[in-house]
Design a protein. Sequence first.
Length: 294
Amino acid sequence: MVRSDQVLELLDWLNDEGIRAWVDGGWGVDVLLGKQTREHADLDLVVDVADLDRIVAYLTSEGFEVVRDWLPTAIAFAHQDGRAVDLHPVELAADGGGDQIQRDGVTRFRYDPPTTGRLGGREVPCCTLQTQFASHLGYDPQEADIADMRALAEHFNVDPPAPYGGRQIAYGYAVIVDRLAALPLAPPGDAAAAVYDRPIALRQLHQDPETGSEHYLVRYPGGLKGRVHTHRAAHTIVVLDGTLWVNGRTIGPGAYAHFPAGQPMQHQAGGDGPCLFVLLFDGPFDVEVVDVPH
């Protein structure tokens, strides 16, 4: 078991070393709640992957031994005195959060920028409520998980996720694709490839068998040039990352662009960096390159 004073001791060392870390897991729940609600078998910590070797060296020097190596996702340590530490390395993001590579080597779990809670009368960095909810989905919860999620929901006066006693609404069918930026993409067909001066990558997210509408995730490489073209179906672009040049205007993340059916258009990378966007066709995809006189 890991006591609260042992949590603070390790956090103090990390802080003294200038290492970015925040509390996850069961202790992270209790830090959010501001009180200890149960005993904890281990301490889960989100850490900067750039500092992982230093942390591993320190834990080893303190008598910890590796008991589970799931790197790059996680690495767990145990001490003969009963303490256990589970490190979750992340690549820090510009907003202060981080991306944890999952065990398939492709998918990433996104940690929000940490918030602060309280432990032993002190402020302690920890995972947000949203991150705690997200990290407790996708598996069969244990009793401790259920108790943790319900305690958080009650404390913050919100509904927990459905597996933990949230309101059971009779939802209809939905297509949900999470973490778009981590999805593997593939080359397009010949018709789409002919529009551009270099390869692009895409992935179909949805196709409606009744209306023929098609939704895609598309990535343009930096510097890509596109030819003027038309589509018989109206379509919409929503930019997720990078910049996109659209009909003479450069747009960035969060931008929306709609193209009526049959209208000449041109879009390409907005700069030297890649661009990721969602492309929504109101009907079946087709494309025709427009010959522009020079």
